[in-house]
Design a binder for this molecule. Structure first.
Ligand code: ZN
Length: 160
């Protein structure tokens, strides 16, 4: 069965950057998601279409099909006073934040300059070309409920 939208696909993968650093890999050798629902980055979804169980392949994904280009407009100057006074703020620190739309985001301190903190709202992988080594370990039709929810119901996950 060839992978198409609305299929549940399981893969093993290793994700590296262009310097061969491992960014991520599938835990327990298995990662399942629903194709065509934006569960994964578009570049990987596109690469999986028409593949089948047992296929092994490498794919390079450009930032625009992954976590986006690096956007300098997403660097903001925040007054030091907006951070807890007893916290040491240093370049490279990361904080969990929320966008105005309520999405979780990671904010990274780029630089501390006097009373100003330069924070970077880019995704940590923005501007990074992603190299995936993938093995397709399973393909099946999604259930009706999975399609309604837009995500996979594997394992013991129960919810309304
Ligand atoms: Zn659900």
């Amino acid at each position: 069965m060839k992978i198409q939208n609305n299929h549940v696909v399981s893969v093993k993968y290793v994700l590296t950057d262009n310097d061969n650093n491992i960014i991520d890999k599938s835990e327990d050798g298995k990662f399942s998601f629903l194709i065509g629902k934006g569960n994964i980055i578009p570049g990987l979804e596109n690469a999986l279409i028409d593949k089948a169980q047992g296929d092994v392949f490498d794919v390079q994904i450009e930032p625009k099909d992954a976590y986006g280009e690096y956007n300098k407009a997403l660097i903001h100057k925040v007054p030091r006073t907006q951070f807890p006074p007893d916290m040491d703020i240093e370049a490279g620190m990361q904080f969990q934040g929320q966008t105005p739309e309520g999405q979780m985001t990671v904010v990274k301190v780029k630089e501390v300059a006097g009373n100003d903190v330069m924070v970077d709202n880019n995704h940590p992988l923005a501007g990074v070309q992603l190299n995936f080594a993938v093995e397709v370990t399973g393909v099946r039709e999604a259930s009706k409920t999975e399609l309604e929810h837009g995500h996979v119901h594997d394992g013991n996950e129960h919810h309304g």
